[in-house]
Design a protein around this ligand. Structure first.
Ligand code: NAD
Length: 476
C-alpha cells in the first residue's frame, strides 16, 4: 500500500498514521491512502513556515507572482484530469469538478496580478515638513483550515493571497478530501514552491486546534460554526488574527410578480446542485401567497427531472453526499420536519444507483414555519423548505429572522422590492433573480452574524487580512 506523504519544510514526510480516501459515488473505489500528521508534525510544519518566512517576504513580488501564475497555468491545462479527481473524491459532477479546478486556476491568476499590484498610500501630513507613507507588511505565518465541499477552490482562495503578499502558510485540508489537496501541492512544488513556504498537513481536526493556533500569526478557517467558534476562542487567547467563514441558512424570496421560470431555476440550482452541500445553498424558500402553489408545483416537476447518481456518469445532475454521516443527518432532518408538522412533498429517499454510494433524492418540505428546527439549523444537503409569506414585508422579515447571514436572494420583477431587499437584507451576499450560490472571484466574499467573523476573503479585499498596514512619518 502506498501512502501519499505530507509536505513539511520542503520534504515529503510520512505521518504517524494514515487515512484512506474513498469515492462517495462508489465506496468500493479507493482514491488513495494519505499520511496523517499528528500534532507534533503540525508544529514542525509551523516551524518550517516560520523559518521560510523572512526569505519569502524578501523575494521580489515578481518571484511570488511567477509561482502563482505558473500554478494557474498548470491547473487550467490539467482541469479535466484534476477535475475528475475532485469529482471522485468530493462527489461533484464532472462539470462541477472541472469548473472548480478552473476557478482555482483563475484565483491563482488573479493573485499573480495582485502580488505585483498591491501597494500603499502617500499622504501629506497635517503637520508641516512631514510626509505620511502607508505600506503593507505580511502578517507572517498563516494557518489555513479548509472543508471538503470545495476542496481546491477554498484552498486556492486562501493560499494564493497568503503567498502573494509575502506570508508563508500551513494548509490543513479536510480529512474527507486529502487527495485533492495533495495534488494541488504537487502542482505548487513543480512550479517552484520554495521549501517551507507552503506546507501541507493532512491530519485530524482535533490535532490541528492547538498545534496550528499556538504558533501562527493568523488563522483563516472555513467550515462549520461549531469548529469555527472553538478555533476563534483559542485564536483570540493566543492573539492570533482570525477569519472564519462558516454556515448559512440562506433564504430565497419568491414574490408574486416573479418570473416563475426564473424563480424555479434559481431554487433548483441554489437548493439542490452540488447536493446542497454549499454554504451558500438556498435552504429556506420564502414564497408569497399568490404564486405559492404554482411555484411549488413547477419546482416539484423540475425536481423529478433531475438525474441523481454517480458523479461521473453521463447526464448526472447531482452526485452523492460526502459520507454516510452526512446522509444520515439529512435523513434525520426530514424526520424532524415531519415531527414538527411539515409535509414532505417531493423526494427525500436515500437510494443506491447501481454503485454503493451516498445518494439521496432532493427533498422539498412545505407547510413549514420559520421557527421549526428545519428552518433554524443548517442541514447541508439536498433539502429545502417552503415558508409562506403574506407579502414582501413579511418575506423580508422572515429572511432576516435567522442567526446566519451569508447569502440571500430574491426573485421579483419589481425594481422597488429588489432594491429595498438589496439594502435591507442582513447578509454578506444579496442575489437578485439569481441563485443564492455562484460567485465571482474578484470581489469580496463573506457574511454577517454566525456565518462569518473577521475580514472578508477574496478579491482585492483579501489584502486586508493577509497584511498589516504600517504608517511611516517621514520628516523632510
Ligand atoms: P468542519 O468544521 O467539520 O471541518 C472544517 C475543517 O476544520 C476540516 O479541515 C476539519 O478537519 C477541521 N477541524 C475540525 N475540528 C477541528 C478542530 N478542533 N481544530 C482545528 N480544525 C478542526 O466542517 P466541514 O464539515 O468540513 O464543512 C462543512 C461546513 O463548512 C458547513 O457548515 C458549511 O456551511 C461550511 N462552509 C462554509 C463556507 C463559507 O465560505 N462560508 C464554504 C464552504 C463550507
Amino acid at each position: 500500500m502506498t501512502v501519499k506523504p505530507n509536505l513539511i519544510g520542503g520534504q515529503w514526510r510520512e505521518g504517524s498514521s494514515s487515512i484512506e480516501s474513498i469515492n462517495p459515488s462508489d465506496t468500493r473505489e479507493s482514491i488513495g491512502h494519505y499520511a496523517l500528521a499528528d500534532a507534533a508534525q503540525m508544529r514542525e510544519a509551523v516551524s518550517a513556515a516560520r523559518a521560510a518566512q523572512p526569505a519569502w517576504s524578501a523575494t521580489t513580488t515578481q518571484v511570488r507572482s511567477d509561482l502563482l501564475l505558473k500554478t494557474s497555468i498548470e491547473l487550467a491545462a490539467r482541469k479535466e484530469e484534476i477535475g475528475e479527481l475532485v469529482s471522485r473524491e468530493a462527489g461533484k459532477t464532472r462539470a462541477e469538478g472541472i469548473g472548480e479546478v478552473l476557478r482555482a486556476s483563475q484565483i491563482f491568476q488573479f493573485f499573480a496580478g495582485e502580488a505585483v499590484r498591491y501597494g500603499g498610500e502617500n499622504l501629506p501630513s497635517v503637520r508641516p515638513n512631514i510626509n505620511v507613507q502607508i505600506s503593507r507588511d505580511p502578517v507572517g505565518v498563516v494557518a489555513l483550515i479548509t472543508p471538503w465541499n470545495f476542496p481546491i477552490a477554498i484552498a486556492a482562495w486562501k493560499l494564493a493571497p497568503a503567498l502573494a503578499f509575502g506570508n508563508t502558510a500551513v494548509l490543513k485540508p479536510s480529512e474527507e478530501t486529502p487527495g485533492v489537496a495533495w495534488e494541488l501541492f504537487r502542482v505548487l512544488e513543480r512550479n517552484g514552491l520554495p521549501a517551507g513556504v507552503a506546507n501541507l498537513i493532512n491530519g485530524r481536526g482535533a490535532d490541528a486546534g492547538e498545534a496550528l493556533v499556538e504558533g501562527v500569526d493568523a488563522l483563516s478557517f472555513t467550515g462549520s460554526v461549531r469548529t469555527g467558534r472553538r478555533l476563534a476562542q483559542s485564536a483570540i487567547a493566543n492573539m492570533v488574527r482570525v477569519q472564519l467563514e462558516m454556515g448559512g441558512k440562506n433564504p430565497l424570496v419568491v414574490l408574486d410578480d416573479a418570473d416563475l421560470g426564473v424563480a424555479v431555476e434559481c431554487a433548483l440550482n441554489g437548493s439542490f446542485f452540488s447536493a446542497g452541500q454549499r454554504c451558500t445553498a438556498s435552504s429556506r424558500l420564502i414564497v408569497t401567497e399568490a404564486i405559492h402553489d404554482r411555484f411549488v408545483d413547477a419546482l416539484r416537476k423540475r425536481m423529478r427531472s433531475l438525474k441523481i447518481g454517480h458523479a461521473l456518469a453521463a447526464g448526472t445532475d447531482i452526485g452523492p453526499l460526502i459520507n454516510q454521516r452526512q446522509l444520515d443527518m439529512v435523513q434525520g432532518y426530514i424526520r424532524t420536519g415531519r415531527d414538527e408538522g411539515a409535509e414532505l412533498v417531493e423526494g427525500g429517499e436515500a437510494f443506491q444507483s447501481g454503485t454503493p454510494g451516498f445518494f439521496m433524492q432532493p427533498a422539498l418540505m412545505t407547510a413549514t414555519s420559520n421557527g421549526m428546527r428545519i428552518n433554524r439549523e443548517e442541514v447541508f444537503g439536498p433539502f429545502a423548505t417552503v415558508i409562506r409569506a403574506a407579502d414582501y414585508d413579511e418575506a423580508l422579515a422572515l429572511a432576516n429572522d435567522t442567526e446566519y447571514g451569508l447569502s440571500a436572494g430574491i426573485c421579483t420583477s419589481s425594481h422597488k422590492h429588489a432594491n429595498h431587499f438589496r439594502q435591507h437584507v442582513k447578509s454578506g451576499l444579496a442575489m437578485i433573480n439569481l441563485p443564492t450560490a455562484g460567485l465571482d472571484y474578484h470581489v469580496p466574499f463573506g457574511g454577517t452574524r454566525a456565518s462569518s467573523y473577521g475580514q472578508r476573503e477574496q478579491g482585492t479585499y483579501a489584502v486586508d487580512f493577509y497584511t498589516n498596514s504600517k504608517t511611516a512619518y517621514v520628516g523632510y
